[in-house]
Design a protein around this ligand. Structure first.
Ligand code: XLS
Ligand code: CA
Ligand code: CA
Length: 440
């Protein structure tokens, strides 16, 4: 077994005073917070596509990435090498999970049968490596968006043969996810959307998307795959309008097709912000609908209108994200997948470590602050007081369905002008800052 990341050993927790660049300052895997270790709470995952596939290509220039496997030319040897690199990387970082698209782990061949044989070979290699590793598969998914056949979409393509092709691909990807013990299976609608309604039958496309998901549910049952199905919302990119726009849209879609019992959501920070929501907003929408399954942990750049997939460093966001996770009682099958890539100018292998270390430290700090805020009931008590008027008198009658418009009019005529209290936003923000700065 060759070592790829030479000169970098196991990344350890050294605490906030440490000057070691390759050490955790806040992520202490064994530290217990609110009854569980940090490792159990955070369930970090490495994204195969960004870490082992991405080359730092952009619209204006070639890839810049220097990777330890660059001298390997045979596509299958390269795929096997990346399996080794993945396990070495996760083990050195102490990240317990990884995630992949089918096409990340094995190169596509000229026909589907050969492509599937290649996948089987790499899956064997992964299974073999898993025997002497604690690293597990958080989720698998399908890349049904890169190949030119998906120019009009996959399950929402205008071409039924493409629908069939995408179905065959998901079938196989689900089988290998099951074989590798994957805890979830993600559907991200790569090109499931449209550019112009002038050439689009929106109703048929949405019905077909629902038909496709129904087939996936049926097939999972048939093969006994009991991982959680997750849909990942995104408002735009690559299409102008993606059907899985945001958490609320996806929940509405699932309910209108009777699919809601079978799916939860994988919320990505940068997708929420592209939809003009905060990360916390989409997490909250998912949580209150009992649909928060997993998280793609990254961040965008608010100056840019596209999906920059940066490593998460914003402590406000990591804290409020962990607040939502803790308020739902923690992850079950989900986790925090770093769907994040190093910048094009950060081209050295060690940058992959710096990116993950800052992401893990940022979420560790966020977890601690969120746990303390919840323990002290900072927002809960304030919110309970703010909505207190629904716990007695006319408010209680409204909540219990005891009154209608006529009774409310009679009440208002007697009650007169309502008396309001301040929302105290600035005060709450000051308290939040204090917790962020003072929580150790
Ligand atoms: C792209 C998505 C994608 C999904 C998995 O924007 O984030 O990477 O997470 O297909
Ligand atoms: Ca994602
Ligand atoms: Ca993204």
């Amino acid at each position: 077994m060759s070592e790829f990341f030479k000169g970098i050993g196991k990344i350890k927790y050294e605490g906030p005073e440490s000057k070691n660049l390759l050490a955790f300052k806040y992520y202490n895997p064994d530290e217990v917070i609110a009854g569980k270790t940090m490792k159990e709470h955070l369930r970090f995952a490495v994204a195969y596509w960004h870490t082992f596939q991405a080359r730092g290509v952009d619209m204006f220039g070639a890839g810049t990435a220097q990777r330890p496997w660059d001298n390997i030319t045979d596509p299958m040897d390269l795929a096997y090498a990346k399996v080794e690199a993945n396990f070495e990387f996760c083990e050195k970082l102490g990240v317990p999970f990884f995630c992949f698209h089918d096409r990340d782990i094995a190169p596509e061949a000229d026909d589907l049968a050969e492509t599937n044989r290649r996948l089987d070979k790499v899956v064997e290699k992964i299974k073999d490596r898993m025997k002497n590793s604690d690293v597990k598969l958080l989720w698998g998914t399908t890349n049904a968006f890169s190949h030119p056949r998906f120019a009009h979409g996959a399950s929402t393509s205008c071409n039924a043969d493409v629908f069939a092709y995408a179905a065959s691909q998901v079938k196989k990807a689900m089988e290998i996810t099951k074989e590798l013990g994957g805890q979830n299976y993600v559907f991200w609608g790569g090109r499931e959307g449209y550019e112009t309604l002038l050439n689009t039958d929106m109703k048929l496309e949405l019905d077909n998307l629902a038909r496709f998901l129904r087939m996936a549910v049926d097939y999972a049952r048939e093969i006994g795959f009991d991982g959680q199905f997750l849909i990942e919302p995104k408002p735009k990119e690559p299409t102008k309008h993606q059907y899985d726009f945001d958490a609320a849209t996806v929940i509405g879609f699932l309910k209108s097709y009777g699919l809601d019992p079978y799916f939860k959501l994988n919320i990505e920070a940068n997708h929420a912000t592209l939809a003009m929501h905060t990360f916390q907003h989409d997490l909250r929408v998912a949580r209150i609908n009992n649909a928060l399954g997993s998280i793609d942990a990254n961040q965008g750049d608010l100056m840019l209108g596209w999906d920059t997939d940066q490593f998460p460093t914003n402590l406000y966001d990591t804290t409020l994200a962990m607040y939502e996770v803790l308020m739902m009682g923690g992850f079950t099958t989900g986790g925090l997948n770093f769907d994040a890539k190093v910048r094009r100018a950060s081209f050295e292998p060690e940058d992959l470590f710096y990116g993950h270390i800052v992401g893990m430290d940022s979420f560790a700090k966020g977890l601690k602050v969120a746990a303390k805020l919840i323990e002290d009931r900072v927002f809960e008590d304030f919110i309970a007081k703010r909505y207190e008027s629904y716990t007695y008198g006319i408010g209680k009658d409204i909540v219990e369905g005891k009154v209608g418009f006529k009774e409310l009019e009679a009440y208002t005529l007697k009650n007169g002008e309502p008396k309001l209290s301040s929302g105290r936003q600035e005060l709450l923000e000051a308290i939040f800052n204090q917790y962020l700065l003072e929580t150790r």
